[in-house]
Design a protein around this ligand. Sequence first.
Ligand code: F6R
Length: 329
Amino acid sequence: MMTMEAMIQTLPDQYRWADRLSIPDLPPARSAIVCGMGGSGIGGQVAATIAEGPVFSHKGYGLPAWASSLPDAVVIATSYSGNTEETLSAVEAAREAGLHIVAVAGGGQLSELALAQNWPLVEVPGGLQPRAAFGYLTGAVLRLVQGLELLDDTGLDEAATLTDELIGADLDGPGRHLADDLAEGLAGKITVIAGSGIASVAAYRWKTQINENAKTPAFVATLPEADHNEIEGWSTLGSALRRTVGVVSLRDEAEPERIGRRFEPTTRLLSEGATIVGEVWAQGSSPLARIASLAVIGDLASLRLARDAGVDPVAVDAIQELKRTLGEP
Ligand code: F6R
């Protein structure tokens, strides 16, 4: 099994793979619902955030009640293993509702179903942890959404170049150094990642990578919503507990001025007595590149946190045990 460091180094090539992908013939559609969980679900969140047309992310069993009333909707089912119960249930619901289905899978039941039913299928290269296949999975979803004319420019090419630069040839690029500094401040802490717009999708990726790679709790505070609830929610914790919280802000020069001016007071109120660990600014011009530039710093920080905590970033024993308990292959 590859190390997680080696898997992360393949990210730029994953974006390039997706950029060159030949897209299967797609059904006529004017909207898309992208269904998937965890590492296979984040592509839907990215697509829903950057698409120019109606694209929705769904994470859970079945489909939302409104799905069949969407005009000409296509369900894009995404699962790296191809065996995730919730995603297969969404596919079943789509069949029952007579919706078009397109699959993105690395094998398993989803690939088999797509082949048997003649649904358009993008098969992504296997051998990685699903979350490490972010570039393949997100890239494939974006290319499909582009093929459906719901997105003009995917930004995959720019995301590849920028991620390459940030990671560096031997994992020694500028992104690695920034990530190491942040990880030093976050070590032994619960991380709260603040972000808005495209940066809140990246913040969610940070959260999941810190959870799964570093086996540590992490939470997202999305602005401006957090200003209406979460800033109240930390104040009664004792100071010893609050010192175990580290806050990182993900910023984007394209964020509206009225969002930008919220960060300083929000993080100050969120973290009174806690540590403000740092800010990361998005780079690049396309929305995907800006998300990717923020996300890769979180990937690298989570690996550093794992190393310093002495845990194996690849293993996801709890996830596998739960899937086994529920009877998933
Ligand atoms: C494991 C990971 C998980 C899985 C999730 C869904 O690396 O990232 O979050 O992505 O359990 O499984 P798949 O991706 O196989 O549908």
